[in-house]
Structure formats: structure tokens, C-alpha cells
Design a protein around this ligand. Structure first.
Ligand code: ADP
Ligand code: MG
Length: 242
């Protein structure tokens, strides 16, 4: 069993405080939904957890199975078992997804020769044309194709904890269902994935069933509850909160 433990996390972007005390624990097999209005700092949280440059942590901690994530470069956070599907996946010209996944397998002591076969299986499972697998990472992919590409990477890498930042944006209904089901599947089984799904919409959460729903606002979690909170937010919006 794994757990991501975030305690009183504060961070600034370009000198401006954005995260103002985030506290959260995500365990293996759990799905947490993080919902909140635009600009409240949700992507900042995901970027800070993964160690994207440009964010300064000013207080608090983030650990994955007692490993201090904040002390590690991004690739070592990934090796520790953390995965981020970014809201805006970056283009990496000249590098194929296969290269990235083979390097990750090698870094974690797995056989890189398994990668191409696993990628083909996972592409088929989410209806992603295998031809895309030979493209440079995210180059000339549509928004929805990038999201499926991220899901494929997640499925092949089998991280312990995944942060999914608006994975649903740009996906049509069928792709959304395929992607959500694949992730839901990863949350069960012998080494279940723990998920922090950042989303505006309840659509994703109809397939990927959250155990806990958090309302995020003004750089922290304002309220947490069960799945019923999704319907309340849908009806009431965030206006009455932050
Ligand atoms: P959300 O994902 O909840 O919509 P973000 O975390 O993307 O919110 O943004 C939170 C705030 O931080 C916004 O006011 C945004 O303009 C600001 N911000 C985020 N990233 C940067 C950055 N790299 N440089 C300057 N401001 C940023
Ligand atoms: Mg965002």
C-alpha cells in the first residue's frame, strides 16, 4: 500500500502566494476528486507535487511512502511512483513516447523490451491509433489525443499515485469513457493506483468513481465530502464557497 501525504503545503509563483496550506492524503486504491473554480491553484498544486520549475515551496511537506518528494528532481519523483498527467502536456520534439517509457522502465529496474508490446495493448484498450505512438511526444497531437497519450503512459508505467489535471478536457464522450474506465481499472487489482483527479466537470466522475471529493478554493481545500458533493457543486457552483 502507498500513500501520498501532503501537509500544510504553501507555494508561490513568481513571488505570489498561490498554495496556502493544502493538506491531503491519497492512498492506494482511492480516487479523490479535486474540484474548484478557475485560477484557484489546482494546477499549481499538481505542478508543485511533480516539481515543475517556476514554483517555490515556502512551507509544508509532500511525501510518497515517506520519501520527501520536494527534495527530489522530477524524474526521481516519478521513480518514487508519482505520475502527473498535466493539464497542458508539453511537446518534446525529437523524442518518442517509446523512448520515454523505455528509459523509465530501465530507471526502475524493469525490462525495457516489454514496453512496445505493452504500449500496443494499452493503445488498443483506449482506442488510440497505434500510429500516434511513433510521433514525437505530444507534437502535432490534438488536445484529446494528448490526453489519451497521457493515459497510455500511465497504464504502461503503473505508478503508485497519479495526479490527473483535467484529463477530461478535450475528450469526446467515447474517449472520456474509455480513459476513465482504464483508470478505474488501475485502481483495483493487486497494486491499486491511488488517484487525485482534478476536474471541473462531473462527467469524468460518472465513470471514475471518487471516494472523496474536495472543494478547492483560494489555494487550499475548503471542504471535503463524499460523491454527493459533486452533485451539490454542479447545482450550486463554487460561488458560495471561495
Ligand atoms: P487552476 O488550475 O485552479 O485554474 P492555476 O494553478 O493554473 O489554477 O493558477 C492559479 C493562479 O496562479 C492563477 O492566478 C494563475 O494566473 C497563477 N499562475 C499559475 N502559473 C503561473 C505562472 N507560471 N506564472 C505566473 N502566474 C501563474
Ligand atoms: Mg488548472
Amino acid at each position: 500500500m502507498s500513500e501520498l501525504v501532503v501537509i500544510d503545503l504553501h507555494a508561490t509563483v513568481a513571488g505570489t502566494p498561490i498554495l496556502k496550506g493544502v493538506t491531503l492524503t491519497v492512498r492506494s486504491g482511492e480516487v479523490h476528486a479535486l474540484m474548484g473554480r478557475n485560477g484557484s491553484g489546482k494546477s499549481t498544486l499538481s505542478n508543485v507535487l511533480m516539481g515543475r520549475p517556476g514554483y517555490e515551496v515556502t512551507a509544508g511537506s509532500a511525501t510518497l511512502d515517506d520519501v520527501d518528494l520536494l527534495a527530489l528532481p522530477t524524474w526521481e519523483r516519478a521513480r518514487a511512483g508519482l505520475f502527473l498527467a498535466a493539464q497542458y502536456p508539453t511537446e518534446v520534439p525529437g523524442v518518442q513516447v517509446t523512448d520515454v517509457l523505455e528509459a523509465a522502465f530501465t530507471a526502475s529496474g524493469r525490462d525495457p523490451a516489454l514496453v512496445p508490446g505493452r504500449m500496443a495493448e494499452e493503445a488498443d484498450a483506449i482506442g488510440f491509433d497505434r500510429a500516434f505512438l511513433r510521433r514525437a511526444v505530444n507534437v502535432d497531437l490534438s488536445g484529446g489525443e494528448r490526453k489519451r497519450n497521457e493515459t497510455l503512459q500511465l497504464a504502461v508505467l503503473e505508478p503508485r499515485i497519479a495526479v490527473l489535471d483535467e484529463l477530461d478536457s478535450g475528450l469526446d464522450v467515447d474517449a472520456l469513457r474509455a480513459v476513465a474506465r482504464r483508470i478505474e481499472l488501475a485502481t483495483s487489482g493487486p497494486q491499486p493506483l491511488g488517484v487525485l483527479a482534478i476536474t471541473h466537470y462531473s462527467r469524468l466522475l460518472q465513470e471514475l468513481h471518487p471516494d472523496v471529493v474536495h472543494v478547492f478554493g483560494d489555494g487550499r481545500i475548503l471542504e471535503s465530502g463524499g460523491p454527493e458533493l459533486v452533485d451539490r457543486l454542479e447545482a450550486e457552483g463554487y460561488a458560495s464557497r471561495a
